[in-house]
Design a protein around this ligand. Sequence first.
Ligand code: HEM
Length: 458
Amino acid sequence: WYISASKSPNASPRFPILLSILRRRYDFINKGPLELIQDGYNSLGDIFRIQILHQSVVFLIGPQAHKVFFEAKDNQLSQREVYTFTIPVFGKNIVYDASPKIMQQQLKFVNKGLNLINMKAHIGKIVMEAEEWFNRWPDSGEIDLMKEFSQLIILTASRCFLGKEIRENVQTEFAHLYQQLSDGMSHLSFFFPNAPTPAHRKRNAARSKIAKIFEKVIKQRRINETIEYDDFLQVLINARYLDDSTPTDDEITGLLLAALFAGQHTSNITSTWMGLLIIKNKSEWMSNLLEEQKQIMDKYHQDLSLDSLSEMNLLHAAMQETLRLYPPLVLLMRKVIEPILYNGYVISKGDIAVVSPPIAHRISNVYKNPEEFNPERFLGENPEDQKEKFSYIAFGGGRHSCLGEKFAYLQVKTIWSILLRKFDFELCQEHPEPDYSALVVGPKGPCIVKFKRKIDSL
Ligand code: HEM
C-alpha cells in the first residue's frame, strides 16, 4: 500500500492509507471501511484513490462525482468484473455472467415482473402474509425484529416471486437450501468465489438441488397451461428473448434467485432499522405516524392497498430516511474499462471506481444535521434529496439503479403500517451498530424490542 499522497494533475489524489492506518488506528472490524473513506473525502475531496496491493481503487463522493459513476456506459464502467461472486449462485449465462445484450434482456424480464400490474397482484399477497404472521404473535412479549422480518420476508418474496408451489415448501427444504446459498456469499466469496471451502461446497450443492425443485415446478406449469398465475415465475416462463427463444429452466432459476437475493436481505435489514429508528425517536414521530395511519385507513375503509399505501407520505419518508442513514449496500463498484475524466483527474483503465451511499448521505451541505433521524427532510416543497441529482443513492442511480425500489417500499411500508396500527413498542437495548462483516450491512446482533398488542387496533 502506498505511503504518501500525490496530487498529480492526471491521476486522482492518492490517499496515504498505510500512514493513516498507523496514525489513526482504524477500527476496521467494527467500523468497516467507512472511517477510512470519510477521512479520504475530508482530506482530499470528492475524488481520491487508495492503492490496495496492485489495485487502484478510486472513490467518487458527492452528487457531482456520482454523476460520472452513474451516467457512465457499461463499456466505460462495468459491473460484471466486480460481481463475479454472484455467478455460482445465480448460475452460468445469467445476469453478470451473460453477454451485455442478454443481461439487458434479462433485466427487462425482472422489470416486467415488478411492473405496476404485477405490483397490484403482489400487494394482496404481502398484506396476507404479513397479517397472518403478526396475528400469530402473542398479546405481549419481546421479539428480535431482524429474525422476525427475515422469516416473514422470505415468505412474502417467495409468494410474489417464486410462486405458490415453492411458498408451500419454503419453511422446509427450500429455506434450508436458501440459507446455504446465503452462507456461500461472504467477503471471502467476493474475492475468491470458487475457493474450495465447505461453505462453497454446500452452496454449490444447494444450487443444484434448488435447480431441480424449480425444474419440477416449471415442467408442471408448462403442462397445465390453462391455470393462470400472477407471479414473477410465470413472467419468466412466458418471457422471450429478442430472437424469440425462451429462457432455459436454469436461467429462470437463476433470475428468480437473483431477484430473491437482491430483495431479501436489503428489505429485511431496512424493515429492522426502520423499526428501531421509529421506536427510538417515538416521542417526536409516533403520534404523527399514527395520525397518518388513522386518516388514510379511514379514507380507504381499512383497506391496505396500493392506493392507500401510496398516500402514506410520512411512512414513506420514514423509510427513505432510514435508508439514508443505513443503506444496506455500502459500496457500489465498477471496473473501469475506458479511462474517465473527472474534474481534471483521469480514472484509469483497470481501476475500480466506488461510490459509498452511507458516506454520500452524511454530507452536511446536502443533508442538514445528517446524523439526525428526520423523515420530514424528504417532505414539503424543497425535499433535501431533490436539491441535486444523485445526492440520494440508497437505490443506486442511472442505468443500473434498483429495479425493486417500488416493491421494497411496498413491502416495508406494508409491514410497518400493520405493526404501527396493531402494536405498541419499546426498545430493550442500546441502538446497534452496523455489522460490516456482512456483504449486505444490517444491524449487529439481536434487535430485541418489547411489544404489546393494542386493545383497539386502529
Ligand atoms: C440494484 C438497493 C430491493 C432488485 C440495486 C442497487 C442498489 C440497490 C444500491 C444498485 C447496485 C449498483 O449500482 O451496483 C436496494 C435496496 C433495497 C433493494 C436498498 C431494499 C430496501 C430490491 C428488491 C429487488 C431488487 C426488492 C427485487 C427484485 C434489484 C436489481 C438490481 C438492483 C435487479 C440491478 C439493476 C441493474 O443492474 O440494472 N439495488 N435494492 N432490489 N436491485 Fe435493489
